[in-house]
Design a protein around this ligand. Structure first.
Ligand code: IPE
Ligand code: IPE
Ligand code: MG
Length: 235
């Protein structure tokens, strides 16, 4: 496959809890390790010329069903990841984006996420998109309500610009770790022709080597988007 634009690769970070449980540790230990893997992935891919955007699904609106203890730990690890990497994001020329709703989040977290977006908005490198406190269906409903008095025809572009996905391209490759095979209300509006890889490795064990293996598999896919195969000369 010829790559002629930069790729949007979207991860569903999954398997932290089971990874920890298999080691007789609390689920929160899995989140701690998961955040370390996240850091290693960003570090390893920061100069990758094929990638334009890396999205990471870190907290869904449905994840509020979990215990407050687990949620507090997960948020704590993410906040310390951000604080620790504040300078590095800019040194690496990365653009930070937060995709998610403000509802139920503390002002401290909201302000931190917005500050990171502002501090890195003039960078020109890879977009690091934290999908945090997000739900794809809720975003569609939110956008429909926002546009209910819109004068004129609503196009795909106008709809997307008004959604929380403003500024993001369609996802080229979605990688879900831990072997689960579902979307779990992720970036619905950007997944129309996405290639999916369901990687059995749980996220705390997910390495750069596994990512490159996934990327190679993606490059073997025959992406037609309703048209003809690039390998097909019968047309
Ligand atoms: C993914 O790991 C991280 C979040 C959803 C926040 P899980 O916590 O879902 O881990 P499993 O799926 O229970 O193993
Ligand atoms: C999806 O994982 C959400 C995130 C990775 C943040 P879940 O572990 O919450 O999804 P389900 O419940 O298995 O579908
Ligand atoms: Mg899970």
């Amino acid at each position: 496959m010829q790559i002629n634009h930069k790729l949007h690769v979207a991860f569903i970070v999954d398997g932290n809890g089971r990874w920890a449980k298999a080691r007789n540790k609390p689920r929160t230990f899995g989140h701690k390790k998961g955040v370390e893997r996240l850091e290693a992935l960003i570090e390893g891919l920061k100069d990758n010329q094929e990638i334009g955007c890396l999205s990471f699904y870190l907290f869904s609106l449905e994840n509020w069903k979990r215990s407050s203890e687990e949620i507090n730990y997960l948020f704590k690890y993410l906040v310390s990841f951000l604080k620790k990497n504040a300078k590095r994001l800019t040194e690496y020329n990365l653009r930070f984006k937060w995709t998610g709703f403000k509802e139920k989040l503390s002002n401290e977290i909201i302000n931190l996420l917005i500050k990171f977006e502002n501090d890195t908005k003039n960078n020109t490198g890879i977009i690091i998109n934290f999908v945090f406190n997000y739900g794809g269906i809720q975003d569609i409903i939110y956008t429909a309500n926002k546009l209910k008095n819109y004068p004129g025809n609503i196009t795909k572009e106008i709809f997307l610009e008004n959604s929380l996905l403003n500024g993001l391209n369609d996802v080229d490759l979605l990688i879900r770790t831990s072997g689960e095979q579902r979307i779990s209300n992720y970036l619905m509006l950007l997944l129309a022709y996405t290639e999916f890889i369901f990687e059995p490795t749980k996220f705390p064990d997910y390495t750069l080597e596994i990512f490159y293996k996934n990327l190679e598999e993606f490059k073997t896919r025959d992406i037609r988007k309703g048209g003809y195969s690039k390998k097909d000369d019968s047309k």
